[in-house]
Ligand binder design. Structure first.
Ligand code: NPQ
Ligand code: MG
Length: 394
């Protein structure tokens, strides 16, 4: 590497503007198509910020002189997990991001971030556009996303994220169901009032299984003593206990807990990861390409963490088969030493929009071997769940 992983203070640093070693073909974009899909969930998914019964998601199709590429914008209908939301991303894409992308005659995937850099935020929107360009570019070269990103394995262990259930007893039943399917690590969602007893119920029922909890920012530093009551359960980690912008409070909390603190919502870039590591706010980091603005920035987060000795795992956003394939490729990078929220499509969907939905084999997910993301989109399946569509042309 041409840069120092650590500065004089020992803090992880990632220099601005460092050229990326990986390089894919450029594509000549003709148009970008956006669709809002409504994909029914097999069961409601409840977190500390609410319940979803339908996955509203945006898929992106870029059309190029040499073929199409598909991406996915992982926003939710309302700005509850992050400030982004479906029709905010939609508007940012049609009004600003896509016209900027259609400016140059040709774009390489590595250029997308730079072209969109002057627009602040909107990382999930940018990530979905970059994914579609990456998919199109890699397909022209018959290259896989996993090879391009630097994957080192051909399968990744599958973990499951279990939403808040009506009762601790119902949670035990639900967890039993997923363990029966072969999942190798369980994450349960917690919120104030549904934390200690739920965690205790799962430990009591299943003993020593690999277990972690996700609070989705539902607590404050004043809850430190309560959260310390999770320590005896020997959890792998507690994910995002405090608000997105509470890096200093997360550092204070981490000093009071034996359970490692993992950040999700707070880590919006490689710079944010470096800052969190420098402050002692995170002993573990969850990487989601959407949250950080794309798979290329996700690799930069991975690189920062790996240099600093911080373990990472691949998060999930209830992706369709498109994002699910890409996540399996990302999770195969060497720094992903913890089991991620990499689950089978049927964890969330009865009918995915791809021809070969991600499935489990003995608790593992295969890294896709087809060109681009490796996902082959079933256009009639997409049509059947499309609720809005717009094509932006140059
Ligand atoms: C997390 N995901 O790690 C999230 C956040 C999340 C798999 O636990 C609809 C669409 C509902 C995306 C609920 C998992 C969602 C969503 C939660 C993402 O924090
Ligand atoms: Mg999370």
């Amino acid at each position: 590497m041409g840069w120092d992983a650590q500065d004089a203070t020992g803090a992880a640093r990632y220099p601005e503007g460092m050229p990326i070693a990986r390089e894919a073909a450029s594509v000549a974009l003709d148009s970008v198509e956006l669709r809002v899909l409504h994909l029914p969930l097999v069961s409601p998914f409840t977190t500390s910020f609410g319940t979803e019964t339908v996955r509203e998601v945006i898929v992106v199709r870029v059309r190029t002189a040499d073929g199409d590429g598909w991406g996915e914008i992982v926003t939710q209908p309302a700005p509850l997990y992050s400030s982004e939301y479906t029709y905010g991303a939609w508007d940012a894409c049609r009004r600003w991001l896509i016209p900027a992308l259609l400016g140059p005659a040709r774009v390489r995937p590595e250029d997308v971030g730079t072209i969109l850099e002057r627009f602040i935020g909107h990382r999930m929107a940018k990530a979905g556009l970059e994914m579609a360009v990456l998919d199109a570019a890699l397909r022209t070269e018959s290259r896989t996303l996993s090879e391009y990103l630097g994957a080192v394995t051909d399968r990744v262990p599958a973990g499951v994220s279990v939403g808040i259930q009506p009762s601790p007893a119902a949670l035990v039943e639900t967890v039993a169901h997923y363990l029966g399917q072969g999942y190798r690590r369980v994450k349960i969602k917690i919120r104030p009032g549904r934390d200690i007893a739920d965690t205790a119920a799962v430990r009591d029922a299943f003993g020593d299984i690999p277990l972690q909890v996700d609070a989705n920012a539902a607590y404050t530093l004043a809850d430190a003593e309560l959260l310390a009551a999770l320590d005896p359960f020997d959890l792998i980690l507690i994910e995002q206990p405090l608000q997105e912008d509470d890096l200093v409070d997360h550092a204070a909390l981490a000093r009071k807990l034996r359970t490692p603190v993992c950040l999700d919502e707070s880590i919006v870039s490689a710079k944010a990861a470096a800052d969190a590591i420098a402050l002692g706010s995170a002993g573990v980091i969850n990487i989601k390409a959407g949250r950080v603005g794309g798979y290329l920035e996700a690799v930069r987060v991975h690189d920062v963490c790996r240099s600093a000795g911080i373990p990472v795992w691949c998060g999930g956003m209830l992706e369709t088969g498109i994002g699910r394939a890409a996540n399996a490729a990302l999770a195969a990078l060497p720094g992903f030493t913890l089991v991620g929220d990499v689950s089978a499509s049927d964890r969330f969907y009865e009918h995915d929009i791809v021809r070969a939905p991600i499935r489990l084999t003995d608790g593992w997910v295969s890294v896709p071997t087809g060109p681009g993301t490796g996902a082959e989109v079933d256009e009639s399946a997409v049509d059947a769940v499309t609720v809005a569509r717009e094509v932006v042309r140059r």
